[in-house]
Design a protein around this ligand. Sequence first.
Ligand code: PHE
Length: 361
Amino acid sequence: MSDAGELQKLEETFRAAIEAASDEAALEEVRVRALGKKGEISQLMKGLGKLDPEQRKARGAALNQLKGRISALLNTRRQALRDAALEERLKSETIDVTLPVRPQAQGAVHPVSHVWEEVVEIFADLGFSVAEGPHIETDWYNFEALNIPPEHPARQEHDTFYFHKKDDGTRRVLRTHTSPVQIRTMEKGELPIRIIAPGRTFRCDSDQTHTPMFHQVEALVLDDHTHMGHLKWTLEEFCKAFFETDNVKMRFRASHFPFTEPSMEVDINCAWQGGQVKVGEGDDWLEILGSGMVHPNVIRAGGFDPDKVQGYAFGIGIDRLAMLKYGIPDLRAFFESDLRWLRHYGFRALDVPTLAGGLSA
Ligand code: PHE
């Protein structure tokens, strides 16, 4: 066979091998076989020394060209293999963002969280903003500034969790209500005030409708003209929006809180049927909130002049609202972390309550 024929055959062989290589490792083998130190083309290069100058020149040039072409083929094939591998990987790793949320989600949004969001949504619509305060409070914020001096009987009613006394004789408490946020908000010194403060509260108490940790939402409105009519209207609007019906019966009962004057408690009518609680039916009453006009001493403690500033406050039990609205009979189950209970009473993560879309979703 002529030299040229031999090289052409070699080129054909390598070209076929390169095309047949199915991955980069196989391709590398072909490269070594052709161009590696001991590869076939390299061997032929070594043989050039034995030729006479004329032949060497012609064959050397032919071999160099062959080497160049094989190199180019190898590179092209390598790139093609890489592209294909990347393509494959992208295909296997794609996330279809249009897929619906996994239906078999394990958890659920707790009714308290859901109701909390519902309450915030309603009051935000009425122009309130959300304020916060710490769970661990000083005596001043939880009691004293709220017109509950040390010897006041209301201190007993609150079943307070106390911390150990400090060296200076003071002791902190787990806040027994969200009312301390009233003082913390007033302290900022800006009027008018229209806030709600949802949060955790603590009392040493446990039965079907009481747990040692529970939730309240406080409201405080303070300016130079707000009166009891505004309070009553706001509460009625809230109840209609929250229970999503105009039929809820509300009972305003004269009451007493040290931090409001006058004060009233509000009950909602409900029926207990076979361990179920139904709102808007029957003639049992469940207390859901305490309210009243902010006491002058509290306004003073908050840094304002009660002759110039007035307003109302109320505190609603969030857990009570959840029990009533969603017919959950026992409050203690709220905090037992029983996944079966949560699956039954919980909400889907995407069911965010909105006034437009429906609160309970
Ligand atoms: N802090 C009261 C309670 O926990 C509720 C309340 C708040 C009453 C504001 C009146 C005004 O029972």
